[in-house]
Design a binder for this molecule. Sequence first.
Ligand SMILES: [Zn+2]
Length: 88
Amino acid sequence: MKKEILYTTALNENGNIIHVNDTDKGEAYYCPLCKDKYILRKSGRVGKGTKRPHFAHNNLSPNCTPEGVLHYSFKKSLVDLLKRYKSE
Ligand SMILES: [Zn+2]
């Protein structure tokens, strides 16, 4: 079975990369790639048949893919990490 790739990283209000597991309902999150507003899909339930927590675009973005976001998020968090490392 092909594993579905979901949007699991977002930018928060401060422009930081945040993982879906660290999100709070009621806060605003944005797509790191196309900067569209995300809808948080998090049921709070776990187990079989329950979809993993993920983000969905407010508007459908044909130029945006979960793979692209994953790649971008990884690159950005790496850069942030390096910046932090340098400033210490
Ligand atoms: Zn997007």
